[in-house]
Design a protein around this ligand. Structure first.
Ligand SMILES: Nc1ncnc2c1ncn2[C@@H]1O[C@H](COP(=O)(O)OP(=O)(O)OP(=O)(O)O)[C@@H](O)[C@H]1O
Length: 335
């Protein structure tokens, strides 16, 4: 477990101090993928460099498995740094093959040939490039090179894999390939992963936990699936389908409610069943379906007509749906 406690960091800019991070607190639980998302300049790369122990904070503490890294002497600090695999971009050695690039940290650490080959073979398999082992970087696609960079960062079995904007400048397919590799690293190697990104879609696809960074501060953090269930959260606002609808589209219903449904059963069957049970006409006025990781999540604006519309909404809530009636739009239901 990595914990970041009350981290602050400023730099001197041309016109005075620039606060890059202010009082940032964050947990990266072991065996999970934590995504830190924020716009350009919000402090993501600064946070990544501090967690990688490449720079010192002005104040605050980074703990690795409970140990305060600020208290480490230089030798232990170097050892702690080696336990963090940092995915760096664009620096594969052109004169080395894909396998040779992945093996380099092992060679430098004096690991013998057979062990190196076994380890590199496993990682080539993990990144889906076994058949490209002998290819040189300039003959690989950008997405393939990015996957080799992840494998190289994983080769020392790091306690933490740290990726700063791993999908930057990649086409959608290539980006998806890199995210699949990060997900496999967590699922198959048990890696703990911290991803910082400006792309909320990265977080939506692979993160277990999320923190939103804004102007150097954590605006919101927590478990991703819990946060998306709160439609007022910034995470839900940025990851779920928007329910902006044309003016007047929600008129003429007895009840109008925003509903968030999670999971296959909820998304597929709940609304038809509510319609049948309560003789209530349920229309989807807006919103849509997405996925958070592997989990389908729907955010709908529903219009209901029928005497038992309130009971239908209550029943959806009992089955785990998150219902927010839009009070201003309700008509009184005639008995
Ligand atoms: N070494 C530095 N010297 C001076 N200012 C810095 C330095 N590093 C970061 N900053 C400033 O700190 C703030 C946060 O920068 P940082 O690079 O961490 O943000 P970011 O969210 O990673 O942005 P981007 O997505 O554009 O890389 C910015 O105002 C930046 O200009």
């Amino acid at each position: 477990m990595i914990t970041v406690e009350n981290l602050s960091k400023s730099f001197w800019g041309n016109t005075g101090p620039v606060v890059a991070l202010e009082d940032v607190t964050l947990d990266v639980p072991t065996g999970t993928i934590t995504g830190v998302v924020g716009p350009s300049g919000s402090g993501k790369s600064t946070l990544a460099r501090l967690v990688a122990l490449q720079e010192r904070p002005d104040s605050g503490v980074i703990r690795v498995d409970g140990f305060n890294t600020a208290a480490l002497d230089p030798r232990r600090l170097r050892a702690a740094r080696r336990r963090i695999g940092v995915v760096t971009q664009g620096d594969l050695l052109p004169q080395r093959t894909a396998a040779g690039n992945i093996a380099l940290p092992l060679e430098q650490a004096g690991v013998d040939g057979p062990q190196r080959r076994e380890k590199v073979g496993k990682l080539l398999d993990l990144i889906g490039l076994t058949d490209k082992a002998a290819r040189y970087p300039d003959t690989l696609s950008p997405g393939q090179r990015a996957r080799v960079e992840v494998a190289r960062a994983l080769v020392g079995d790091p306690g933490l894999l740290l990726a700063d904007d791993p999908t930057k400048s990649l086409e959608a397919d290539a980006a998806a390939g890199v995210l699949t590799v990060l997900d496999r690293a967590r699922a198959e190697l048990g890696a703990t992963v911290l991803v910082v990104t400006s792309d909320a879609g990265v977080v939506r696809r692979i993160a277990d936990d999320v923190a939103i960074l804004a102007d150097g501060r954590v605006a919101e953090s927590g478990n991703l699936l819990s946060l998306v269930q709160d439609s007022t959260s910034q995470v839900a606002q940025s990851l779920l389908p928007s329910i902006d609808v044309a003016k007047g589209a929600s008129a003429g219903y007895d009840r109008v409610a925003e509903v968030i449904l999670i999971g296959f059963a909820a998304v597929g069957a709940l609304l038809p069943e509510a319609t049948a049970r309560f003789s209530t006409n349920i229309s989807v006025i807006g919103g849509g379906l997405t996925r958070v990781g592997e989990t389908p999540v729907a955010r709908f604006l529903l219009g209901l007509n029928g005497l038992r519309a309130d009971q239908a909404l209550g029943w959806i809530t009992e089955r785990g749906g998150v219902v927010r009636p839009q009070v201003g739009l309700a008509r009184s239901i005639a008995a």
